[in-house]
Design a protein around this ligand. Structure first.
Ligand code: SF4
Length: 413
């Protein structure tokens, strides 16, 4: 289901924009429809009140948790085999951050209304990683999600439903679109979900992080979403200082029309780079658009300067493949002076894939080198990565167990 379909159903029940907003807020934030001075029973028209239970049942059916796997290995609500066989502390090179609360980190196996499975990950400090597709067409060689190609797109309401499921467990203040799927291949639904979460869903714009392997359509649509006036102001400001989030967000008052809304919410952008070498990148990300890394960085930088949010470059570290000194030198060349953060993600070893993560010493040395050269570089915390880095494993195991996943046509939703 798409949010636009949900809005249509609300309108068919006599809802006006103010009623739609109240319902969308209640659903996406998992809060009551009542407000202090305006109980829903008085506020909603009768037809809407009568139709709401059926609508709520349909929304609840969009996505349900089939299994939940905690990073500390203590929670398993499902009969499928757990993907985590060894504690993080036993793994080579693991260094756990004292700031990470393992109890906050869990992978959810999410069952959709048609029986398809996808995954979400509860991350530390109120973060949530959501999927945008079942399967993925990019086919990155180090990722389980792309092994069987794209199964189907997620509708925007199914994407938001993952946030609702997470909020039924705990608070969510940041949503990253980095789970199963390439958001660029389902852009309308992803942007519709972002729009809702950034308006009625109470998530700050910079805390909505759209991730892509790099696709011209993403850059174009995101830049389109910045109104000309505001964009000019921001570009001007960015020449001197990083624009603060609070000052930019006030330029985007809430509106009642989804077309207007889509021009207001400005997500942060993460770009999966993984290599600076075009030939190697094409091997690692076989179906990513063949854009030169210079162009990717240049387009991403334009968006970073226009929004005031740094680009988060993602780099899965694979031993003896993309952890060499030549890559480091090239990263410095490409990102020096850019408004960027480099996220190193040590490869999470997965059944059936022969890649290895570099040693902890090498990872630390790489991060140190880049930081010394002025490229702000982080190594992802092990707890989040332990459970997050194996995107697609849960679904693959559950699919193997049931061996009955119907294959629908992509773009059906
Ligand atoms: S890493 Fe992301 S883009 Fe690549 S196959 Fe996996 S889900 Fe798709």
């Amino acid at each position: 289901m798409r949010i636009s379909h949900l809005l249509q159903q609300l309108r068919d029940l006599g809802a006006k924009p103010c009623h739609e907003d109240r319902v969308l807020r209640g659903w996406s934030q998992v809060i009551s429809y009542d407000t202090v001075h305006s109980p829903a029973d008085n506020f909603f028209p009768q037809r809407l009140r009568e139709g709401l239970p059926a609508l709520e049942a349909a929304l609840a059916n969009l996505a349900q948790v089939q299994g939940e796997y905690a990073a500390d290995g203590h929670t398993n609500h499902d009969s499928s085999p757990s993907p985590q066989s060894s504690p993080a502390s036993e793994r080579e090179g693991e260094r756990e951050s004292p700031s990470i609360n393992l109890a906050e980190v869990a992978r959810l196996l999410v069952k959709l209304a048609d029986g398809q499975l996808t995954e979400s990950v509860l991350l530390p400090r109120g973060g949530l990683c959501v999927s945008t597709q079942v399967g993925c067409a990019v086919g990155c060689v180090f990722c389980m999600s792309g092994r069987n190609g794209l199964i189907r797109q997620l509708g925007s309401a199914e994407i938001v439903a993952q946030v609702v499921l997470a909020r039924q467990r705990r608070a969510v203040s940041k949503v990253v679109f980095m789970g199963m799927g390439e958001p660029a291949h389902n852009l309308d639904n992803v942007l519709e979900a972002i729009e809702l979460l950034g308006t009625q869903g109470n998530i700050g714009h910079k805390n909505l992080v759209l991730s892509t392997v790099g696709d011209v359509r993403v850059f174009e649509r995101l830049m389109e979403g910045l109104s000309h006036t505001v964009r000019s102001e921001l570009v001007e400001d960015a020449k001197f200082v990083h624009v603060s989030t609070s000052s930019t967000r006030t330029d985007f008052p809430l509106a009642h029309h989804s077309k207007t809304r889509s021009k207001m919410v400005k997500p942060a952008l993460a770009l999966s780079l993984h290599s600076t070498n075009a030939a190697l990148r094409a091997e690692l990300l076989p179906n990513a658009p063949p854009l030169a890394v210079e162009e990717l960085v240049s387009r991403a930088e334009e968006y970073a300067r226009a929004t005031g949010y740094p680009i988060q470059y993602q780099w899965t570290l694979l031993e003896a493949i993309n952890d060499g000194d030549a890559e480091l030198a090239r990263i410095v060349q490409l990102l020096a002076g850019k408004y960027a953060v480099m996220n190193f993600i040590p490869f999470n070893e997965v059944d059936g894939l022969s890649y290895r993560r570099p040693s902890a010493e090498r990872i630390a040395a790489m991060a140190y080198t880049l930081n010394q050269q002025g490229i702000y570089t982080r190594v992802r915390d092990s707890a989040g990565q332990e459970i997050e880095g194996a995107c697609g494993q849960l679904r693959a195991r559950a699919a193997k167990a049931s061996n009955k996943l119907p294959r629908s046509l992509a773009g059906e939703v």
